[in-house]
Design a protein around this ligand. Structure first.
Ligand code: ZN
Ligand code: ZN
Length: 404
């Protein structure tokens, strides 16, 4: 059956002047979407969407993106599939138990719709996804269950001026929030003391729990599909350039079926909304560039005083009250408890931290950026005496944006 799109939606019944696309319902899988007056399948096909988390919410979001024919999806998750995921993950099967969530989700999306290309990464979004990835995405959809990852996504999106859509679920209630830099409130503007406590609870003294299972949030597949559905609808509006509830949230309470819309107020003290500086792409990889080489490269534009400013605490050594000292290099929030335990007396050792590297940082100049925990395709800020630049490690692009 063929139908004509534009004129059938003209409320006056007159024939539209705009070009008429003949829809082919038998052969074109997107033909019924094209009946929506504002729908532009070309924009959907050209869109690049990042999905952070391939759990209950992520599965529903990915399923929707697959059905819609979103052209490119970047999916990141560090977990493997467990039996308990099978009650709320439409993309996973019993045989998938033990396999990586991101990889399996990507496989199933390709099966659902071969038009969709995916890059699937078994990584921790907070540590291992460089800002260069965020910069090449149109919309980020957050499907995580913890404040730390949300704070990271919010910062990353603000730094490269990309919109993101947060989702959260618990039992029969959930929330969707849309943040569109540079205007309006950001996620951190909405954070309460309790949110910060929750973030620190996961990492006492900045260290993650090793073996203690954190309480899992009880959820149903029904609330996942409701919240994921709203998230993807908001993404579709952004992709089409339509109005969204920027800096606002929708809470849905399933017990009473109440829906509450909230417009957040922007906090002028919020540290996230700093104005972005120029990005300079350099054809280098974080795994083969040393801090010395990077400072050398930057000195041409920023002078000999150039210093690298990390956006995390870098551990450069450990010292114990018993007198023991150990060499160690890495991000503070990536360290495990057993790495900072004194081999002599068993106490937790004090960490020597830095977040700035200059020509005077002798011990670090021959270390590569990845040895210090900088993510591939990341953007690194370098300050001179009166200017600053952000260098993007574009040499990592092919490794990270491996859409298949
Ligand atoms: Zn803010
Ligand atoms: Zn000791």
């Amino acid at each position: 059956m063929n139908r004509q799109s534009q004129s059938s939606h003209n409320p006056t019944g007159t024939i539209s002047e705009s070009p008429i696309e003949v829809l082919d319902f038998e052969h074109d899988r997107y033909s019924s979407l094209k009946l929506i007056p504002w729908w532009e399948q070309e924009k959907v096909a050209a869109a690049k969407v990042m999905v952070v988390g391939a759990g209950a919410l992520g599965n529903e979001v990915l399923k929707n993106l697959a059905l819609l024919g979103i052209g490119h999806i970047f999916v990141v998750d560090i977990d493997t599939i467990e039996a308990s995921n099978l009650t709320r993950s439409v993309l996973f099967r019993k045989e998938d138990i033990g396999r990586l969530k991101a990889a399996v989700a990507a496989e199933r999306v390709r099966e659902m719709n071969p038009d969709v290309k995916l890059a699937a990464h078994n990584r921790d979004v907070v540590m291992d996804i460089g800002l260069g990835v965020f910069r090449r995405i149109d919309v980020v959809i957050g499907c995580v269950d913890n404040v730390e990852a949300r704070v990271f996504m919010n910062n990353a999106c603000w730094r490269v001026m990309k919109p993101w859509i947060n989702g959260g679920i618990e039992e029969m209630q959930g929330i969707v929030e849309v943040f569109v830099p540079p205007d309006g409130a950001c996620y951190e503007c909405t954070m309460t003391e309790i949110d910060y406590q929750e973030m620190n609870r996961r990492r006492p003294c900045g260290l993650p729990f090793d073996d203690i299972a954190l309480g899992k949030v009880p959820t149903t597949p029904t609330i996942s599909s409701i919240i994921a559905g709203i998230q993807v609808q908001e993404a579709l509006k952004l992709i089409h350039g339509r109005e969204v509830m920027s800096g606002g949230g929708i809470s849905f309470y399933g017990t009473t079926n109440e829906l509450l819309r909230t417009a957040y107020s922007r906090s002028e003290e919020c540290p996230v909304h700093s104005s972005p500086t120029a990005i300079v792409p350099i054809d280098r990889k974080v795994s083969s560039t040393t801090f010395g080489q990077l400072l050398q490269e930057a000195s041409g534009q920023l002078g000999e005083e150039a210093r690298i400013e990390l956006d995390f605490d870098l551990v450069v050594g450990l010292s114990c009250s018993c007198g023991e000292r150990q060499k160690l290099l890495g991000r503070r929030n990536a360290l495990k408890r057993n790495q900072v335990m004194c081999s002599r007396c068993g106490e937790i050792m004090a960490m020597d931290l830095t977040s700035e590297i200059s020509r005077l940082s002798d011990e670090l100049l021959d270390k590569t950026l990845s040895q210090a925990g900088i993510a591939p395709f990341d953007i690194v800020t370098i300050k001179g005496s009166n200017a600053q630049l952000r260098f993007e490690f574009t040499g990592d692009e092919a490794e990270m944006l491996n859409y298949l």
